[in-house]
Design a protein around this ligand. Structure first.
Ligand SMILES: [Zn+2]
Ligand SMILES: [Zn+2]
Length: 170
């Protein structure tokens, strides 16, 4: 889906890829990312002077996440600027720490999918809450404490503590 024709890149120097990937697309399969609607990509690929291939652009889409406390759905817009650097296999060792990707053309194309997915996963905040004041679920009985109250919160008196307290008070 996110593939750059290297022949065209060679002829034109840079290739702009503008595309939309639907929320249900196989592109997101096994990524753990859920969207509430289509995701827009605008990526510009060019040959850097040093022999690297550099991709810059943006990704934007409506993220469908879950509140970490109460599991209610939370919709967030992901808007992320991406920069991907691809290096050839012989410079792999030094590129590893720089976060570069390996330049592995298949049938004259460079597939950006894996790198783009990886960058999106890194960009997503996994600790969303529906509201900073969200009370979450009761860890004991599981009710949504935003909607109802339960008795679990009340401190149960333990006879052993009672005995200790009685000693201390003496
Ligand atoms: Zn919540
Ligand atoms: Zn409870």
């Amino acid at each position: 889906m996110l593939k750059v024709d290297l022949g065209r890149l060679g002829r034109e120097g840079s290739v702009v890829l503008e595309t939309q990937v639907s929320a249900e697309d196989d592109f997101w399969k096994d990524s753990g990312i859920k969207w509430a609607g289509p995701v827009d990509f605008r990526l510009r690929t060019l040959f850097a002077g040093t022999g690297e291939v550099v991709v810059r652009g943006s990704v934007q889409g409506p993220l469908q996440e879950e509140c970490r406390r109460c599991t209610r759905p939370v919709e967030n817009t992901l808007e992320e600027e991406l920069t991907l650097v691809y290096v050839s296999a012989d410079t792999e060792a030094e590129s590893e720490e720089a976060g570069a990707y390996l330049f592995e053309p298949i049938a004259g194309e460079l597939d950006l999918s894996n790198a783009v997915r990886e960058e999106i996963i890194l960009a997503i905040n996994p600790y969303v809450v529906c509201d900073p004041k969200c009370s979450g679920l009761c860890p004991r009985c599981g009710v949504d404490l935003n909607q109802t109250v339960c008795d679990c919160g009340e401190v149960e008196s333990d006879p052993r503590w009672e005995a200790l307290r009685a000693l201390k008070d003496r």
